[in-house]
Design a protein around this ligand. Structure first.
Ligand SMILES: NC(=O)c1ccc[n+]([C@@H]2O[C@H](COP(=O)([O-])OP(=O)(O)OC[C@H]3O[C@@H](n4cnc5c(N)ncnc54)[C@H](OP(=O)(O)O)[C@@H]3O)[C@@H](O)[C@H]2O)c1
Length: 235
């Protein structure tokens, strides 16, 4: 059974951050889809490694798989919460320039460069979908609890880069759908230190939910911000 029935038969997929819990989950789901003719994956262990802090590495990694495109489905599942051993800041006094820089490097600048390199790999005249792993805590309007400064801010910045790229790309790729995704609290190394007291989902449940959601999104001139159940999130 295909989850991505809205994409052309024989569609090709690219998963970035394929070594992560959610990235691996996407690859596993797509591998079961007979309508998916090719899955390319990129991560830090790829033959040409995808390293988010290194602009030329991102360019080289994407170039290494570009001849297998165009890709009808591109999923960026990269991102980090605990960085260099430091978890999210609970209070304003805890923020440091270095920690904020690292969060932005990975969750925002890396994302922007991935968008720059990968959007040209989307087809121009067929339906195609670009989904990126955001987080509900990247929503400015939904911020109820405070804390997690660097992660929140870098995810919000990543969302803005996606939104801006989506608006620009709509002019040349009118059938492309762009979405920032909230995967739920997925049982993973990233969430494990912080998931106590939260309802969790498995990577399988989350990735099936996100693929179903992406499959049903309609084309529009802006990006979507949605969770794995298909519910819309305010930016
Ligand atoms: N898990 C959750 O509950 C949850 C909730 C909300 C949002 N999210 C978002 O979902 C995404 C995936 O999360 P996950 O749970 O699958 O985390 P994960 O298992 O830690 O996977 C993160 C992925 O990002 C890659 N990555 C991290 N830093 C990198 C860097 N500097 N350069 C290149 N690649 C880097 C990792 O590569 P390596 O394997 O090489 O480390 C891995 O492929 C993240 O954007 C996260 O913010 C997750």
């Amino acid at each position: 059974m295909s989850l991505m029935t809205s994409l052309p038969d024989g569609y090709r997929a690219l998963v970035l951050g394929a070594s992560g819990t959610i990235g691996r989950g996407f690859v596993e789901q797509l591998a079961c889809d007979d309508r998916c003719s090719r899955i390319e994956r990129l991560d830090r262990s790829s033959v040409v490694p995808l390293v988010l802090e290194d602009e030329s590495a991102i360019t080289a990694a994407v170039k290494s798989i570009s001849s297998h495109g165009p890709f009808h489905l591109i999923l960026d599942a990269t991102g980090a919460l605990t960085i260099d051993g430091h978890g999210p800041e609970k209070r304003l006094e805890a923020i440091r320039a270095h920690g904020l820089t690292r969060a932005f490097q990975i969750n925002a600048i890396g994302r922007g460069l991935i968008l720059r390199e990968c959007i040209p790999l989307l087809p121009r005249e067929e339906r195609c979908i670009f989904g990126v792993l955001s987080a509900r805590v990247g929503s400015i309007s939904d911020n109820q609890l405070g804390g997690w400064y660097g992660y929140r801010a870098s995810k919000a910045a990543g969302n803005m880069l996606l939104q801006t790229a989506a608006i620009e790309s709509h002019r040349t790729r009118p059938l492309a759908v762009f979405a920032a995704l909230q995967p739920g609290t997925v049982v993973s190394t990233l969430s494990e230190p912080f998931s106590r007291g939260h309802a969790t989902v498995t990577a399988e449940q989350s990735t099936i939910g996100m693929l179903n959601t992406l499959n049903g999104l309609t084309v529009r001139s802006q990006a979507w911000f949605v969770d794995y159940k298909g519910l819309s999130i305010d930016w």
